[in-house]
Design a protein around this ligand. Structure first.
Ligand code: FAD
Length: 409
């Protein structure tokens, strides 16, 4: 079965299209995940020179993050991991289509992919149904993180400032005597100004910014004036549940390709809530045995792991492995589990957005400010491809075009 959870085409970003005046305008992008970096590259391609990406953490990628679970050179994604399409090369090519800069090498986007069609188990029972219908793509030795870094970040790295959390966005400023429409306050008190701001912070951060009790949320971002009520309602209405991934290095490969802790029936009824234990190196031709446990959703991650320390999360995930495989996890474990809990990331606060009403999602993607000078982008603003890396990239490209369109004379 062919399936593509990816836009068929991406917004075209014609080369050097804008006027000299627009070229000099200042654009700030908040967040250097897939959306923010695609926005920056699209603007560069269109000839905008004053673009700055402010990233709160000490690395780019956001929910794309790769780790080395052993002392070898193996790197694995602990955020986005799959290209949810049977034709991953087509997805990657179309994400990059029309974004070439002068001097780019056509070969740069080439990366080895593998077809991912695991044997599915539900507890101890094999499911022929899932094994037959489920097929998608994965990176062989690269990762989503390294792909974004090599293909997008490398081209805009001079525009990116790491360790620069934005604590306040002031918009609707009176534009007299060369004043800019937007002011951004960094956590260190520094103020930056811009004609247009593209805000790509995750929905989890927007939720914090409108929470009644903001005192506990040290990473919280404030909007001044407060976000419009309709937008606040949409932020509340769409869910971005907790989730985590734990990697275990094992002596023996005692586990099949993929085992679901949910029954087939419950997974088909609610494919968003899940706990899976799977061979993280399947098809990668590696010696290391790495077993991953992923738990996503309010029930599977929030209720089971919420409020635990990293050590306890590792222990609880090992308990799941032991339950599924008769204690083999504890017997085979080498070293400490590697835990990535996305709900605990101060600048992320969740995994990805779950479906919700189209009306609210449309509102999430609408610009605010008297002249629409604050533009929102990110996986959560995509109507059809929310929760996915290609959706985040699409929205970054769309936001870049909006920014230029708004500035057109
Ligand atoms: C466990 C997990 C598994 C997933 N699996 C897949 C998968 O297999 N395939 C797939 O396509 N997608 C998957 N996804 C979803 C995918 O990772 C996201 O949709 C995508 O990476 C979102 O990109 P983004 O740019 O919208 O947001 P982000 O990547 O979250 O980027 C937002 C950036 O904003 C920064 N930021 C936040 N607050 C501030 C601030 N105040 N100031 C400055 N910067 C700030 C953050 O640090 C971050 O870098 C998965 C996600 C998770 C968590």
């Amino acid at each position: 079965m062919q399936h593509h959870f990816c836009p068929k085409s991406f917004p075209s970003t014609p080369k050097d299209i804008i006027s000299d005046e627009s070229r000099r305008k200042q654009i700030l992008i908040v967040g250097a995940g897939a959306s923010g970096l695609f926005a920056a590259l699209s603007l560069k391609r269109m000839g905008v020179v004053n673009v700055t990406v402010l990233e709160a953490s000490n690395d780019i990628g956001g929910r794309l993050k790769a780790v080395r679970p052993t002392s070898s050179d193996l790197t694995l994604d602990v955020g986005a991991e799959w290209i949810h399409s049977t034709d991953g090369s087509r997805v990657l090519n179309s994400m990059m289509e029309g974004l070439a800069l002068d001097g780019d090498n056509d070969e740069s986007n080439k990366v080895e992919l593998i077809t991912y069609q695991p044997k599915w188990y539900f507890g101890k029972r094999r499911s022929k149904l899932m094994t037959t219908i489920y097929k998608e793509t994965k990176f062989k030795s690269a990762t989503w993180y390294s792909w974004l870094k090599d293909n997008v970040y490398e081209k805009v790295k001079d525009n990116v400032e790491l360790n620069s959390p934005v604590s306040e966005i002031r918009y609707n400023n009176k534009q007299e005597g060369g004043e800019k429409a937007v002011e951004v306050v960094l956590a260190n008190g520094e103020i930056r100004t811009a004609d247009v701001l593209i805000c790509t912070v995750p929905l989890g951060i927007l939720k914090q910014s409108i929470a009644k009790d903001r005192t506990s949320a040290s990473a919280s971002l404030q909007f001044n004036p407060a976000l419009p009520i309709k937008l606040q309602e949409a932020i509340h209405a769409i869910d971005m549940p907790p989730g985590l991934r734990v990697l275990f290095q094992m002596k023996e490969k005692f586990y099949p390709d993929l085992t679901s802790a949910n029954s087939l029936f419950t997974l088909l009824c609610n494919p968003n809530e899940m706990t899976l234990a799977y061979d993280a190196t399947l098809g990668k031709d590696r010696e290391e045995n790495i077993l991953a446990v992923v738990a996503i959703g309010n029930e599977h991650a929030g209720k089971r792991f919420g409020g635990m320390s990293q050590k306890k999360v590792g222990k609880e995930a090992l308990r799941i492995v032991d339950d599924l495989f008769d204690g083999q996890g504890t017997v085979n474990l080498i070293g400490e589990p590697l835990v990535q809990d996305w709900s605990e990331e101060p600048f992320i606060r969740g995994t990805y957005t779950f479906p919700g009403s189209n009306r609210h999602r449309r509102t999430l993607g609408q610009s605010i400010g008297e002249s629409g000078q604050v533009i929102f982008a990110g996986e959560h603003t995509s109507m059809k491809y929310y929760s996915l890396v290609p959706g985040a990239a699409y929205e970054g490209r769309r936001a870049a075009l909006d920014a230029v369109g708004m500035m057109a004379d």
